[in-house]
Every structure is written in structure tokens, then in C-alpha cells.
Design a protein around this ligand. Structure first.
Ligand code: SAM
Length: 338
């Protein structure tokens, strides 16, 4: 995996606090892996680490870096952003994408050696402006816009809104609070916690979005606070949507019942004609973790298949077996052994 680092030169902790913080935040939000700052600044490290802890990703910060030594020993490609360089649109295709990248930005005067040590001196227009804008535009050109789709998997989730602010907190405690507010009893909460524990055991082995998985699992039966029938997944989805939850969590809840329900079966069951088959990895994990937890106890695949066989629900038997196999293959271990 190619690693993208940003090296911030000339940082003066008192004077440049705000701008350097913005250089760090732009680096993180626009797809870089780490920021290196020449001057030691513990407060800056804390600010950036707090953001990463809450909003997610693996972004790291190091301050007090000897920039000259670092540039000399760096083995990848060094790109210095400067108004005196070659316009980005004329040079971007020559910058290799298969090697680690170090992007250097300055603050006040940048030492002449930097221009010589860099493999590319790149201008974002030849007009003077700011390291923050130069970095954002360079990263966007480098990633060809794909960085805008990056997922951070944090516990703070902004739900895009046309006219307001909607932020949801994807933690176990917050979701249990929501369950309680909707009237869930102890039994429902204990079952949800057992499903979440198993879901996380599976999720850590296959790189799933863990906060989404945990919250989807805790909330999967929220519909049962109103409706104990086969439509409790749909009821739960409606509750969560009315509370402003994003669709990725709504879909986990909607698609967890019976190993998923196909639209033809949905009509027979009196549900709206819609496919309720789990699609994403998190949807599949919550669905199968729920199948493998009876009350708060872990059961074997065969137990749950027997239950559906006795009800004559052969399509459910096939689907549950296939999700079980799919996830077991993915984590390299049978879910029955977890
Ligand atoms: N006069 C300074 C110098 O010696 O380069 C520029 C100071 S500028 C406020 C701070 C940083 O913003 C620069 O070091 C450079 O990294 C970035 N920057 C400003 N304008 C830029 C441009 N047009 N293209 C690329 N980078 C730019």
C-alpha cells in the first residue's frame, strides 16, 4: 500500500496554530495517512488525535521532525508545493502513483534546499495563496477525486442534511440509550448486546466498519418495541429513519430478519414488495450473528436451520447457510467455532 505523508515546514506554535491545524485536517480529510511537523507541538498533536479518535481513520501526526534528515532519507517521491513550480495540470501525470509520496508545504520563507531536494516542485496556479488550499487541490488532483468518497468509520457520523446539522454517535452506550427511549425491556437489550458481541468478533476478522456494525447490532431489534412479527425489521427501519439515522444503519435493521427476505416472499408475508436481502458486509454479519444468538446464548448453524426447516421455510434455510459459508470463508474460520 502506498503511504501518503505531508511535511509541514516552518511551523511556529503560537503564530501558526490555526493554519497548521488546518493543514493537518486537510491532509486527513483529503486522504493522506500522516502529517509530520518540523516543530514540536504537543497541543497540535492532541487536537489532531482527538479529531481522528472521534471521526475515525488511521491518520497520525508526529511533531518535532528534523525536516532535512527526513527528506534526505525518504525513499519515495518528494513533491514540494510552491507558487514557483510547474503548474499541477502540466505535471500531475508524471508523478508516480505506485510509490510512497511526501508532500512538502511551507509557511513563511521556504529554504532554497527544499526546491533542490524535491523531485517535483508543483504550483497550484503561479499566484501566491495558501498551503491549505494548495494541499487540498493537489491531493484532489492526485487522487482524481476519489478521496471524496473515503470512509472513515468513526464514532461521530455526519448525516448529510439539506438544511441543518445531523450528527449521530455510533457507540454502544448511545445505541442502548436509544433502545431504552423506545421502550426496550431488559431481555431485548441483553439479546442485542449478545448479538453485538458476536458481530464484533466476526467484524474484526474481516475489516468491517466496526462502529456501524456494533450500532446496527445493538439496534437490530428496535422494531420489536412496537411489533413482534416478521415485519419488525421494517418497523425498526422506520423508527430509525424518523430519528434521523443514516441509510447504512437503517438497512442493517431492515434486512436482518430470516437471513433476508426476497420480494416474492415479502408479498406472501404481507410485507411491502421489496427485497430485504442483506447486501453489505455489515448487513450480513448482523443478520447471521442474530441467527446464531438465541436469547443471549450462542447456538450452532444446524440449530437455526432446523428451526426454519420445521417451519417449512426452505428458502430461508438456503440463505442462512449461504451467508454462514460466505462469512466463514471470509474470516477463515467456521462461525460455529467462534
Ligand atoms: N513566500 C513563501 C515561499 O517562500 O514560498 C510562500 C509562503 S505561502 C503563505 C506558504 C505555503 O503555501 C508555501 O510554502 C506553499 O507550500 C504554499 N503555496 C502558496 N501558494 C502556492 C501556490 N500557488 N502553489 C503551490 N503552493 C502554494
Amino acid at each position: 500500500m502506498v503511504r501518503i505523508s505531508v511535511l509541514r515546514l516552518g511551523h511556529r506554535p503560537q503564530r501558526d496554530k490555526r493554519v497548521t491545524t488546518h493543514v493537518c485536517l486537510v491532509s486527513r480529510a483529503f486522504g493522506a495517512d500522516e502529517i509530520l511537523v518540523n516543530t514540536r507541538d504537543a497541543e497540535l498533536e492532541k487536537t489532531v488525535n482527538d479529531i481522528t479518535e472521534r471521526f475515525g481513520g488511521n491518520f497520525t501526526i508526529k511533531t518535532g521532525i528534523n525536516w532535512k534528515k527526513y527528506m534526505q532519507s525518504f525513499e519515495g517521491v518528494k513533491v514540494h508545493l510552491t507558487m514557483y513550480g510547474i503548474p499541477v495540470q502540466d505535471i500531475i501525470s508524471e508523478i508516480p502513483k505506485d510509490r510512497d509520496l511526501l508532500i512538502i508545504v511551507g509557511s513563511e520563507k521556504v529554504p532554497g534546499e527544499v526546491y533542490k531536494m524535491a523531485d517535483f516542485n508543483v504550483a497550484i496556479t503561479n499566484q501566491p495563496h495558501s498551503e491549505v488550499s494548495a494541499l487540498a487541490i493537489f491531493l484532489d488532483r492526485y487522487f482524481e477525486g476519489n478521496e471524496l468518497k473515503k470512509r472513515f468509520n468513526g464514532i461521530m457520523r455526519v448525516v448529510p442534511s439539506k438544511n441543518g446539522k445531523n450528527v449521530k454517535i455510533f457507540t454502544r452506550d448511545e445505541c442502548i440509550k436509544v433502545l431504552k427511549e423506545q421502550g426496550a425491556d431488559e431481555k431485548l437489550i441483553d439479546h442485542s448486546i449478545a448479538v453485538a458481541d458476536l458481530a464484533l468478533k466476526i467484524g474484526v476478522l474481516c475489516n468491517a466498519d466496526l462502529p456501524l456494525l456494533e450500532c446496527g447490532a445493538i439496534l437490530h431489534d428496535i422494531g420489536r418495541t412496537r411489533d413482534n412479527s416478521v415485519s419488525h425489521g421494517i418497523t425498526g427501519a422506520l423508527i430509525l429513519r424518523s430519528l434521523g439515522y443514516p441509510e447504512d444503519i437503517v438497512n442493517i435493521v431492515k434486512r436482518h430478519v430470516g437471513g433476508g427476505i426476497e420480494s416474492e416472499e415479502a408479498i406472501k408475508l404481507g410485507l411491502p414488495e421489496t427485497d430485504l436481502i442483506p447486501e453489505t458486509i455489515e448487513e450480513k454479519i448482523v443478520c447471521q450473528a442474530d441467527n446464531l444468538i438465541s436469547g443471549t446464548k450462542k447456538i450452532k448453524l444446524e440449530n437455526i436451520l432446523d428451526y426454519y426447516r420445521k417451519k417449512g421455510l426452505i428458502r430461508s434455510v438456503e440463505r442462512i447457510r449461504s451467508i454462514h459459508r460466505y462469512l466463514s470463508d471470509l474470516i477463515g474460520k467456521d462461525l460455529d467455532e467462534l
